[in-house]
Design a binder for this molecule. Structure first.
Ligand code: UGA
Length: 812
């Protein structure tokens, strides 16, 4: 039931998505009292965007002001449109008039190449920009956190750097624009706090790294990773003996929020105290990437600090904060991000980092994701992603079949716009969207990394940012092949029936079978219950003895089948498909049971089709003998299951195919087998009859619902005691919409006709028919345990001329 509920919910979700509603990560609900309006300047940048994510998830209203000098819209695009989120394209060098409770003032270029590229702008942002933000804080009485930098210590002579160290800064050099403007900004914060009594926080941020760093950032982490990933030389400026300490961005964001909500208003160091020389760091990255890059030493950068490591005692003591992400873990995430970044070839393939904490936030996401690891290949991956652009390439190259693609619903664009919908990770939801399939084996493509599915977050990213579809290579996709396989299996089986059939044509045998049937009828009348297999077997043996039926065929032929065949000579046509299956059964069973060794020692191998609701028929498809091509019962079963799953075929259409095949076979072998009901088109056409003669028995008409699914069982034939393989719940196609026809004087939709059965109304919900036999005017059904026996009178065999058969799905 819960599965059903999930499916319903997912379907609703898909509807909503297809209707164009954007989905967002679920944010915590905060009451009016607890919810803050928070401005983040530079919120589209590297650190800012991570802070946006965290505060949004906490349930606050977040306003981002960014001029996109180094920030990028895609860092925060997943929030655009959310009612708690607002993005303002604003350069804080100009005043900003809004109402806020807190300001995280992060706006400023931070990477040396960036801030040196336009030093005047860097100074303006940090001085005038900070003045503006402090002015705003004063006007609305908001608390302001200023993102300062470790660079206020310049090229430090004190190591590690404590907050009390005044620094060693060159006021007249390439770095001065940044160092000095950050220092003046700190001074302004102090002045505003003192004079205007606003609440300020100052974080001196040490080297930070992580996903969403700009490709052209120019800082050591992005440079080294990109160089290593591309097997280019890793450029070390100077001796490589200078040191840095690197904090992962999520740790920093934790610290910033803690500091903002603390009551400490003096500068506080925020960084990871683990210190590495730049050379060491290069080797670590090279190793993690698995790169062949060599280290190349270049000229040192002017005023490059020789050592840097934060003393974070203050943060530890006052905020109970310290970094938790290990360098290797953080670097691996960052490397993965840049690896994807390098793969982006088109605008649609945007590689935006999906924060892990979101995964934790949606704890059910990771658990529902079942993505094959490693490279996708045709055999091991069900779902293949491709972009819209790639889709075209693949259609051209034949990896995606144009035919199939045309049949697909194209209206799934919204799908890609809703990256964080956890439901997309649900299997059934995914299935819904798996629109494409391989038309020929696909073994991945080195240039097309979209096909590389590594882990759940990659999956998410692909789904969101590459506008991806998934391609499913399921059995269904190979239906047509399977169907022809099924047909050839049936050819084989039917071929071996021919001798048996000619025997059966023998009148003597028919007489014997008739006797047999009568005997059984008598037994039934005496209310002999067939309670178990042994009793039944004994019963059969006794009956057979009594009848003096001693041909090997009789010993093996199921009473039911023979009776069913016998019945054919007297009753020309019946109205339901079940009979066709019975007939098919009988052919196959007789063909193979005769040849199958030790068939009495164990249960005879068979394939039974059992509906989920009510039993329809048992289809005993026995494997061919060693002289015939080897097709295991399981294979036949699988083929059959696949065929039945195929939405384009109705069951009668399938039977039509089988009978066509059989007739073709009989023609090619010059053998007449067309007298058999399955090969007789009148039986097929009886699926679509038009009955005009109301019968006195019409109140006995019991209409079996079209089964929603089939349970298939097969037993292995190669062993003495068979093993049972079960393939549960093979979905069946919905009944086709056919013209209304007249059944037994009643107008009824023809779809229900497929499974209409002459049964008494007291028929139990579930029963299995193995024995069906008929007299001229009645039909009896007995379930295998002998618990239920039904008899009903058949309509007189004076049917109107059968209607033409609807055209089959496939014409030969
Ligand atoms: O990442 C940060 O958070 C800090 O980065 C920079 O400070 P810096 O340490 O000079 O940053 P990088 O450019 O990453 O340089 C680190 C060291 O690696 C060296 N480096 C950098 C890049 C490169 O390709 N090769 C190389 O050897 C640099 O010369 C320097 O010694 C900024 O100036 C700070 O504002 C910021 O707080």
């Amino acid at each position: 039931i819960s599965e059903q509920t999930t499916i319903t919910q997912l379907e609703q979700r898909i509807k909503a998505l297809e209707a164009g509603k954007t989905q967002y990560p679920e944010v915590t609900y905060l009451s009016y009292k607890d919810r803050k309006r928070i401005l983040i300047t530079g919120g589209a940048g590297f650190v800012g965007s991570h802070l946006v994510d965290r505060l949004m998830l906490q349930g606050h209203e977040v306003i981002v002001a960014d001029n996109f000098f180094t920030g990028r819209k895609r860092n925060i695009e997943h929030w655009i449109g959310h009612e708690n989120f607002e993005l303002i394209n604003h350069d804080i060098v100009n005043p900003l008039f809004i109402e806020v409770d807190q300001i995280y003032h992060l706006a400023s270029p931070a990477s040396p190449p960036h801030y040196m590229w336009n030093p005047v702008k860097t100074i303006k942002v940090n001085s005038i920009g900070t003045i503006n933000m402090l002015g705003l804080a004063r006007r609305v009485r908001a608390r302001l956190l200023f993102a300062s930098t470790s660079e206020v210590y310049g090229d430090p002579e004190v190591h590690p750097q404590t907050e009390t160290y005044f620094g060693n800064v060159n006021s007249f050099g390439p770095r001065a624009c940044y160092d000095e403007s950050k220092r003046v900004a700190e001074a302004m914060c102090y002045a505003y706090a003192k004079q205007e009594r606003i609440s300020i926080r100052i974080a001196r941020i040490f080297n930070t790294y992580g996903p969403r760093m700009h490709m052209d950032d120019g800082r050591v982490v992005s440079n080294f990773i990109l160089q290593a990933l591309q097997n280019e030389s890793i450029t070390i400026y100077g001796s490589g003996k200078q040191t840095r300490s690197f904090a992962y961005v999520s740790d920093l964001v934790d610290g910033l929020i803690k500091l903002m909500n603390s009551n400490y208003s003096s500068p506080m160091n925020m960084g990871n105290p683990d210190e590495y020389t730049i050379e060491q760091f290069a080797l670590i990255i090279k190793d993690l990437v698995g790169s062949n890059s060599t280290l190349v030493f270049k000229e040192a950068v002017t005023d490059d600090p020789k050592q840097r490591r934060p003393d974070i005692t203050l943060a530890k003591t006052l905020l109970n904060w310290q970094p938790t992400v290990k360098l290797n873990d953080g670097l691996n995430k960052t490397i993965a991000y840049f690896r994807n970044e390098l793969l982006v070839k088109r605008h649609s393939e945007r590689n935006v980092y999906f924060p892990t904490e979101w995964m934790h936030h949606h704890s059910d996401i990771s658990s529902t994701v079942k993505v094959p690891s490693g490279r996708c290949t045709f055999s091991d991956c069900k779902y293949i992603h491709c972009t819209r652009d790639e889709e075209e390439d693949y259609i051209k190259s034949g990896i995606i079949s144009q035919n199939i693609q045309n049949q697909l619903d194209r209206g799934i664009g919204n799908y890609s716009d809703t990256p964080y919908c956890k439901d997309f990770l649900n299997d059934s939801c995914r299935r819904k969207y798996c629109k494409y399939r391989h038309s020929k084996p696909f073994h991945g493509n080195d240039n097309t990394q979209s096909f590389e599915i590594k882990n759940s977050s990659t999956l998410l990213r692909k789904r969101k940012y590459s506008n991806s579809y998934c391609i499913e290579s399921t059995k269904r996709s190979r239906h047509h092949d399977m169907f022809s396989d099924l047909l050839s299996s049936l050819f084989t089986i039917l071929a071996s029936t021919q001798t048996v059939l000619s025997d059966l044509r023998n009148d003597t045998l028919n007489e014997k079978l008739q006797k047999l049937k009568e005997q059984l009828n008598d037994l039934k009348m005496k209310n002999v219950m067939l309670t178990d297999e042994n009793t039944k077997l004994k019963l059969q043996q006794t009956t057979l003895k009594d009848c003096n039926a001693n041909s090997s065929l009789e010993n093996r032929t199921n009473i039911t089948m023979s009776a069913s065949l016998q019945q054919q000579s007297t009753v020309p046509s019946t109205l339901n498909l079940n009979h066709l299956f019975d007939s098919l059964n009988s052919i196959v069973h007789m063909a193979t049971s005769n040849l199958s060794p030790n068939s009495t020692a164990c249960n005879e191998p068979s394939i039974s089709l059992l509906t989920s609701q009510q039993s329809v028929h048992s289809l005993n498809l026995l494997p061919p003998t060693s002289s015939a091509p080897v097709t295991s019962a399981n294979n036949v079963l699988k083929h059959l299951a696949d065929t039945l799953q195929q939405t384009s075929y109705t069951l009668p259409q399938m039977i039509w195919q089988i009978s066509n095949a059989a007739r073709a076979l009989s023609t090619s072998t010059n053998q007449t087998i067309s007298h058999h009901p399955i090969l007789n088109n009148t039986h097929l056409t009886s699926v679509y009859p038009s009955f005009h003669n109301p019968t006195p028995y019409e109140h006995h008409q019991f209409q079996m619902p079209i089964p929603a699914s089939l349970s298939l069982q097969s037993s292995s034939y190669s062993q003495k005691c068979p093993t049972i393989t079960t393939i549960p719940n093979v979905p069946l196609p919905p009944p086709p919409l056919l013209p209304t026809i007249n059944l037994c004087g009643k107008t009824t939709s023809s779809s229900s006709l497929y499974d209409s059965f002459c049964l008494p109304p007291r028929a139990p919900a579930t029963f299995t028919t193995t024995t069906t036999y008929r007299t001229k005017d009645s039909m009896s059904l007995i379930d295998p345990m002998g618990q239920y026996q039904y008899q009903c009178l058949l309509p007189p065999p004076s049917f109107s001329t059968p209607q033409p058969v609807p055209p089959p799905f496939i014409s030969h």
